[in-house]
Design a protein around this ligand. Sequence first.
Ligand code: ZN
Length: 641
Amino acid sequence: MGRIRLIFLWFVVVDKSFCATIPLGDEDVHKELCLTKTCIQLTSQLFDNMNLNADPCHDFYEFTCGNFVRTKEIPEHKGLVDGFERVNNLFEQQGKALLEKEQSEGDWEIFKHFRTHYKACMNESAIEEKSLTLIKTKLESLGGWPILKGEDWSDEDFYLEDYLVTAIQEGFRSFSLFEISVEIDEKTNDSHVIKLDQAMFGISREFLAQGRQERTVQAYRKYMNETAQHFGVKSENLDELDKVLDLEIELAGIALSRENRSNPILRYNEFIAEEIPSTIVPSWPQLMQKIFQNETITGEEKVVIKDLDYFRNLESVLEGYSRRNLANFLGWTMIKNLDSYLDSFILDKKQELEAILKGKKSQPLRWKRCVKAVGFNNYDPKSFQIGVGSMHVLEYFPPKAKEIVEDMLRRIRATFSDLIVNSNWMDDATIGEAQAKLDRMDQMIGYPDELLDEEKVTSLYEGLENYGAVGVAIGHEITHGFDNSGRKFDLDGKLRNWWTNDTDKAFDVKKECLVDLYEGFEVKQVGKNVNGRLTLGENIADFGGVRSSHMAFEKYLTENNETQVLPGLPFTPLQLYWIFFGQSWCTVARDEKIRDNLLNDDHSPPQFRINGPLSNYEGFAKDFGCKPSDQMVQETQCRIW
Ligand SMILES: [Zn+2]
């Protein structure tokens, strides 16, 4: 978790810093007016986004982002536009350049794989010509898709176990009846283990769990029909898809909800292979042996079930469906799994579905789709996001930026350490463990220095210190190590309870304050409230990030007097710090996207990522002179660290 997040942090740093310089303007410090093009652009950008008529103590999001929200247009192919738009576009462009380059001698072997993947994705004529046939052949090799074969399909030829094995060997590990994978064992953190999980669904579980009448589920049903017809299914047979959807909805009903999926304890249920609580296949050890042919799997093989109720109930759900239903379902999941790689007809239909799910009004350009499919700007853990990250870092991340970030990291970590030591609710034993964990955190980031080309340092990075945008992100990531799920892992990254009972209880009380606070936030645009439990971990990280980064920045200011200032800004350095922070979250989103995020995103909506932590932090109130009666000062102050 930490590693992935921190790698992404690097991107934020490298990209955002292209437009950033030191936002300081206090009378006490020695000032030098920065009048470079970048500084002037930055100043004008700040003003463009802000609503200077708004009262920062009443609604800081409106103050810092009001104009952005009213004037920014959402690109047609997106559900939202935010402060990262420019950065994302740049990243996308850089990704394109990297992927279109020929593989050269010094390149990592895996980059060749990324480039091949990209090329295949870009080859539209081949896709138009062959994609349907390829999938049909695949389906045929698994006994065929009953709905397509009509009377020619016989359930005597269908063996669930064989189907599953073949499908998994072909690479379909997620969209099926369940997901099977080999992952790090959290209990040891140095060995791997087979894991079983709920299936990946065609649309999010949270939509399906709302039932067939839900608008998004209806749209999904329509998409199923259109896709099936495109594959050649006769309209009189389309009814068979009803059962497919019924089954998917029922499976969603027994699957762990999104908010519970972030609970590492709930997600770790240890079994041995022969005692897996489901008999949908005659023998799990045998099935696994067929899947993992290079290993020896016995009945004693350790298996972690990530969604126990799902496996306990799977069998009784399947009892309501015939073998034909099941084969139809599995055929559909295979098509759905590959639908991003299909011809333009399917992509158009998929786009219509996305319009309802996420408010996207058109398809992205082909190359954008393909850059993302490889892993750029793609947060799906099943893409090559980490490998692609290395590819990007090697080319674009200057060592100077790394140095600066490391300095920030060191400072913010020291501040966070103070916060832990000074907390009045943790006992000494737990504080000791927490500090040991904090000390280890630097080992989670970075890559060997010698891999970077010293020549590529640009002068823009000299003196860059953008605590407002980047510092909070660092503090946020550090805090994740101690949020409701991160705290269950010890300094070695092992799933182990290192909290004493009393401190554990105190944490639970404190976290409820945050749950209540966020449950009370309403997104007026869609008239729906935030899910305080789904977003708890991120909210805790936002709280910790805001406080630790601000305190570190205050200290930095007292130590560094010589700084450049931006022209024409009537704000103190600390106020500018908050404005920078706020503006990194300015967002305009379509209704569909907001509803989707409220249900599926464990981050709170942007206005509350700002107003939530800030209205609970006295440091913010002090910098803007907010009074206790102001809206940006919550009556009940929540605080963990
Ligand atoms: Zn986070």
